[in-house]
Design a protein around this ligand. Structure first.
Ligand code: NI
Length: 138
């Protein structure tokens, strides 16, 4: 079987604040530093969703990029773009919106949507130099 890995890239802008309610103010500022600023801060996030599939003889596609784009746009991008991740996004409620927690929440959203494509990895670039990749639970 010709197994292929296809990646859809999207960008979104969002704000967040890193803060753990169970810690003191001092502990939070010690842990998160500027990321704990009371009114939050923004990022231009780059999201890369990689799915895996076998090439089908009829179409020559492993995965239809049109469908993948639609899924990522409707389930993720429309819900997070220009939003405050601590307050505005249902599937992030109750989590500290670190890149790690965001990427895991995205995974669960996409996995539950029964797409034709099998999720392989999700990468979230938070800054030019920091990127988190998740490939599901081991
Ligand atoms: Ni940040």
């Amino acid at each position: 079987m010709a197994k292929m890995y296809l990646t859809r890239r999207e960008v979104f802008s969002a704000s967040h604040r890193l803060w753990n309610q169970e810690l003191s103010d001092e502990q939070n500022f010690e842990l998160y530093d500027k990321c704990a600023n009371p009114n939050g801060h923004g990022h231009n996030f780059i999201l890369e969703i990689t799915v895996a599939g076998n090439v089908k003889g009829e179409s020559g596609f492993a995965v239809d990029f049109k469908k993948l784009k639609h899924l990522v746009r409707t389930e993720i991008i429309e819900k997070v773009d220009h939003k405050h991740l601590n307050y505005d996004v249902d599937f992030l409620k109750g989590t500290i919106p670190t890149a790690e927690n965001i990427v895991r929440a995205f995974w669960h959203v996409l996995e539950s949507k029964n797409s034709e494509a099998k999720l392989y990895s999700i990468r979230l670039h938070e800054t030019e130099n920091n990127m988190v990749e998740y490939r599901g639970e081991e």
